[in-house]
Design a binder for this molecule. Structure first.
Ligand code: HOZ
Length: 437
C-alpha cells in the first residue's frame, strides 16, 4: 500500500522474488502454504532466531533437525574457528574424515562402512544406486508421503515441500527415471507384500523413513518396521532406513537403535555436520563394498568430507555420544509440549491430533487418527495457516507447512515451552470467538 514503509524482511523479499524462483532457495521457505511473507533471519543463538527487523523467535525447526544442541553452540563454534585457520576445502583426504567415520560407526552399531556426501538428497540417491548395484535389480519400493530428497528416482508421491504444494509428482522427472519406483502405503505391510508379489525378484531395496517426518510426523505402528525387515529378508531385498531426520536425534544410534531393527543401509543428512551441508550413507560392509573405488558403483564429490563440516560434525556427535542426558532432556521437553498442546485443545473443546516421539512432534488439525499419507492429508491446512500466522506473530517459528515436523533442542527450556503453550491458548480463544487473524 502506498505510503506504508516495508519491513526489512519485506524489502528483502521484494528483491529476492525478482531474481530467485519464488524468492527462495527452497520452496517451503516462501510461506506459500501459510500466506504472508517470509521473515529473513539475521542470526541464531541457542533456541532463538533473530530476524533482520530485530524480532526474536523461539525456533521450532532447528534448521530442520540438526541443531539439537541449539544454535551457535560455543563448543562447535570454537572448533570450527580453529579448523578454518587450517584451510576451508582440501579436495583430498584428511584425518578428520577417518575420525568422523570411526565415530559414526562406533555410535551406530548397524554401520560397518560409511561414505560422506554433502546432503541428505545426495546420500539417498547414492545409497539407492549402491542397493541397485549390489542386488543387480532396478526396482525400489518407497512409501507415499515419505520424503527422501529431490533426486529424480525418489520424487514420486513424496512428502515435505512436494506434499505442501499439493503436487503428487514433480514435472521434469522423466517417466523412465520414475518407472522403477513403486509406492506402498506407510504402516501397511499388505501393500508392500502385494508389490513384492507383483515384482518377484526385481526389488533392490525398500526405502523408508523409520519415523515419517515429512508428512507431519507419523510413527511406525507396532510390527511395521520388523515386518519390512522380514519381507526384505524373504525377498533378497535390502532395507534402507532414511535417517536424515531421526539419525542422532531419536537416540545416539537413531531409529535403528530405538526400534531395534537392523537396516542394511542407512542415510543421514545435516545433523552429521551440526547443520553444515553434510550427508552420509553407510551400512553392511559387503553392500558398501560396491561403492567406487572398491567396487563399480560410481559416486564422488569434491566437497565430500569437507574439513570444516567434518570438524563441526565431529564436535557435535562427540557431545551427543558423551552426554546421553541430552536425549533425556529434549525428550522431556517434547513430552511437555505435546501434553500441554493436548490439554489446551481439550480444554477449549477443539479436536486436534498430536503426534510425537522424543523431541519431534506435530499438531494435525484433524479428528482422524493419522497413520499414513491419506490420513495426514485430512488435516485442515487452512486452519494450520491461521495457527501458524498467529504463532509467528507471537514469536514462535514453526515450519511454514502442516507437513513438516516440530523440533526441540537442548537449548530450549520449559519456560519456552510454556510460553508457546500460552500463545497456542490465545490462538484457540481467538479462533473460538471467530476473531480474524
Ligand atoms: N522441506 C525441507 C524440510 N523437510 C525444507 C528445506 C528448507 O527449506 O530448508
Amino acid at each position: 500500500m502506498a505510503g506504508l514503509k516495508l519491513t526489512s524482511s519485506e524489502a528483502l523479499f521484494e528483491r529476492a522474488v525478482q531474481i530467485m524462483p519464488g524468492g527462495v532457495n527452497s520452496p517451503v521457505r516462501a510461506f506459500k502454504a501459510v500466506g504472508g511473507k517470509p521473515v529473513f533471519i539475521e542470526n541464531a543463538k541457542g533456541q532463538y532466531l533473530y530476524d533482520v527487523d530485530g524480532n526474536r523467535y523461539t525456533d521450532y525447526i532447528g534448521s530442520w533437525g540438526p541443531m539439537i544442541l541449539g544454535h551457535s553452540d560455543e563448543r562447535i563454534l570454537e572448533a570450527v574457528v580453529k579448523q578454518i585457520q587450517k584451510g576451508i576445502s582440501y579436495g583430498t583426504s584428511s584425518a578428520l574424515e577417518v575420525e568422523m567415520a570411526e565415530l559414526i560407526i562406533e555410535m551406530v552399531p548397524v554401520l560397518e562402512m560409511v561414505r560422506m556426501v554433502n546432503s541428505g538428497t545426495e546420500a539417498v540417491m547414492s545409497a539407492v544406486r549402491a542397493a541397485r548395484g549390489f542386488t543387480g535389480r532396478d526396482k525400489i519400493i518407497k512409501f507415499e508421503g515419505c520424503y527422501h530428497g529431490h533426486a529424480d528416482t525418489l520424487l514420486v508421491k513424496a512428502g515435505s515441500g512436494v506434499m505442501t504444494a499439493g503436487v503428487p509428482d514433480s514435472i521434469g522427472v522423466p517417466k523412465g527415471c520414475a518407472k522403477d519406483t513403486l509406492t506402498a502405503e506407510y504402516n501397511n505391510l499388505e501393500s508392500v507384500k502385494a508389490l513384492f508379489a507383483e515384482n518377484y525378484n526385481k526389488i533392490a531395496c525398500v526405502i523408508v523413513e523409520p519415523v515419517a517426518a515429512n508428512m507431519g510426523l507419523v510413527l511406525p505402528e507396532k510390527g511395521f518396521l520388523t515386518g519390512l525387515r522380514k519381507l526384505c529378508d524373504d525377498n533378497g531385498t535390502l532395507l534402507l532406513f532414511d535417517e536424515v531426520i531421526t539419525g542422532f536425534r531419536l537416540k545416539a544410534d537413531g531409529a535403528s537403535g530405538y526400534y531395534g531393527v537392523k537396516p542394511d543401509i542407512v542415510t543421514y543428512g545435516k545433523i552429521i555436520g551440526a547443520g553444515m551441508p553434510v550427508g552420509a550413507y553407510g551400512g553392511r560392509k559387503d553392500v558398501m563394498s560396491v561403492v567406487a573405488p572398491l567396487g563399480n558403483v560410481y559416486q564422488a564429490g569434491t566437497l565430500s568430507g569437507n574439513p570444516i563440516a567434518m570438524c563441526a560434525g565431529i564436535t557435535q556427535l562427540k557431545i551427543l555420544k558423551d552426554s546421553p542426558e541430552i536425549y533425556t532432556y529434549v525428550d522431556k521437553l517434547g513430552k511437555r509440549f505435546r501434553d500441554g498442546v493436548q490439554k489446551v485443545f481439550k480444554e477449549y473443546k477443539k479436536q486436534v491430533n498430536v503426534s510425537g516421539i522424543g523431541s519431534l512432534s506435530c499438531i494435525y488439525f484433524t479428528q482422524n487418527k493419522v497413520c499414513d499419507y491419506r490420513t495426514a492429508k485430512t488435516s485442515d491446512t487452512e486452519e494450520f495457516a491461521k495457527y501458524f500466522t498467529h504463532m509467528l506473530s507471537k514469536g514462535n517459528y514453526f515450519g511454514p507447512s502442516q507437513f513438516e515436523a516440530i523440533f526441540i533442542s537442548a537449548a530450549h527450556t520449559s519456560k519456552d515451552i510454556d510460553k508457546t503453550l500460552e500463545d497456542i491458548t490465545e490462538y484457540i480463544v481467538n479462533s473460538n470467538s471467530n476473531k480474524r487473524f
